[in-house]
Design a protein around this ligand. Structure first.
Ligand code: THU
Length: 129
């Protein structure tokens, strides 16, 4: 899907955000290699640490449907500059998505910054030994 369409979809996904505590909406669209689209929004909880970010909502939806190959991620935030995704989401994404995958970060006015997942999370945790 075209970058501008993914941006519009990420913004649209943010409208479903459940954010009674931060009032900060985030939307994400994860595109699988076969062209399927998985949207996500942030879902907060009164026990704040249980909040799920938009990016993890999107990837958990895809993984739970058996999808394992991805080609792009687009993230929209109500931010002045393109949103910088949290470290927890970077690590979760790097479990399933290749370092060369394209990630587009968007601000509230849809200014875009595109990079690879490897650039977003260099030197990811990978060794258990
Ligand atoms: N949030 C996301 O959904 N994605 C990010 O990349 C950064 C933070 C959410 C979590 C919480 O609901 C709100 O934004 C404020 O931290």
């Amino acid at each position: 899907m075209a970058t501008t369409d993914l941006a519009a979809l990420a913004k649209k996904a943010s409208e479903a955000a459940y954010v009674p505590y931060s009032h900060f909406r985030v939307g994400a669209v994860l595109e699988s290699s076969d062209g399927r689209l998985f949207t996500g929004c942030n879902i907060e909880n009164i026990s704040f640490g249980l909040t799920n970010c938009a990016e993890r909502t999107a990837i958990f939806k895809a993984i739970s449907e058996g999808v394992r190959e991805f080609k792009s991620l687009t993230i929209y935030g109500e931010t002045k500059d393109p949103i910088s995704p949290c470290g927890a989401c970077r690590q979760v994404l790097s479990e399933f998505c290749p370092p060369e995958m394209s990630v587009t970060l968007l601000s509230s006015d849809l200014t875009a910054k595109t990079m690879t997942l490897g650039e977003l999370l260099p030197y990811r945790f990978t060794d258990l030994d």
